[in-house]
Design a protein around this ligand. Structure first.
Ligand code: DHB
Ligand code: FE
Length: 291
């Protein structure tokens, strides 16, 4: 009975977070049947555990924190944080035609609730009702789910500006994660929600330091995601630039995922691989201890 205080209200919950790089060449390798090539096989092998894990821990909805790479947003218009509230999101044409992957189905009801909850908790989100999604969003889906005829869950895109200076701080992203969690946990439907943080790890695509990879920085980042997220969240953006390269700043999006979990978590899986294209690939699955 709904009026019986002994009956626990069934609300949405966040049990786990996933972090992964989103290198576009990974999508191209999959789409063009190259995943067994010598260059790519070790990378895809690193996601075999994750595919089994997500099969057993299937989310109803993923809040997918990613960055748009001047695909949906041009330099005319750059929201720091945006939430996709549409019914569906088309894979974008990034210059070689859209990836041959399923349309991404959104969850407008939960997205509207998250927008209301997060904005009224003093955290401005730009509401986006139409948006194509680029490799930042579709490559993580491919890595976790492979090549299905339809994506097996709904996805709410949460876009973070890490393309045009100034990006939000790691701490702001970490606090966004906390606000996302409060929003999910006040949604009156029994849903298993995951938060994914994407991008990184160390990489620089342009300028004299193009090709930069910093394994020691990446290793420490992975470690501190588990053991010391509060301190990791205080890392200033210049440290990302200096240590992890200009595109290493994408790692602040991992902190949005981390902020949505408990302070103490179980590290279910970690994978690190160098290189994929120009990028150090990192991947982590974290789970709350109490479920
Ligand atoms: C590469 C990595 C990225 O994160 C990206 O957005 C584009 C390209 C790369 O390594 O090639
Ligand atoms: Fe990127």
């Amino acid at each position: 009975m709904a009026t019986d205080s002994r009956v626990r209200k069934r609300v949405a919950r966040i049990a786990a977070g996933v972090a992964t790089s989103h290198v576009p060449a990974i999508g191209a390798a999959l789409d063009n049947g190259k995943s067994n090539d010598a260059y790519w096989a070790p990378l895809f092998k690193g996601y075999e555990f994750s595919k089994r894990w997500i099969d057993a821990n299937r989310p109803d909805v993923v809040l997918l924190v990613f960055n748009d790479h001047a695909t949906a947003f041009s330099l005319d218009f750059i929201p720091t944080f945006a939430i996709g509230c549409a019914e569906r999101f088309q894979p974008a044409d990034e210059g070689w035609g859209p990836r041959p992957v399923p349309v991404v189905e959104g969850h407008p009801e939960l997205a509207a609730h998250v927008a209301q909850s997060v904005i009224q908790a003093d955290f401005d989100l730009t509401i986006v009702n139409k948006m194509d999604v680029d490799h930042g969003l579709t490559v993580p889906l491919s890595l976790m789910f492979g090549q299905p005829a339809a994506w097996p869950c709904r996805v709410i895109p949460i876009a973070v500006n890490v393309v045009q200076y100034p990006p939000p701080s790691g701490n702001r992203c970490y606090q966004l994660g906390k606000a996302l969690r409060a929003a999910v946990e006040s949604f009156d439907e029994n849903l298993n929600v995951q938060v994914w943080g994407t991008g990184g790890m160390s990489h620089q695509l342009q300028g004299p330091r193009a090709g930069l990879i910093n394994k020691e920085f990446d290793r420490q980042f992975l470690e501190r995601m588990v053991s010391d997220p509060e301190a990791l969240a205080r890392l200033p953006h210049v440290d990302y630039m200096r240590e992890a390269g200009s595109e290493g700043i994408e790692l602040v999006m991992w902190l949005a995922m981390r902020g949505a979990l408990d302070t103490r978590v179980r590290e279910t899986y970690r994978f690190y691989h160098v290189p994929a294209s120009n990028t150090a690939v990192g991947h982590q699955i974290l789970e709350n201890l109490a479920r």
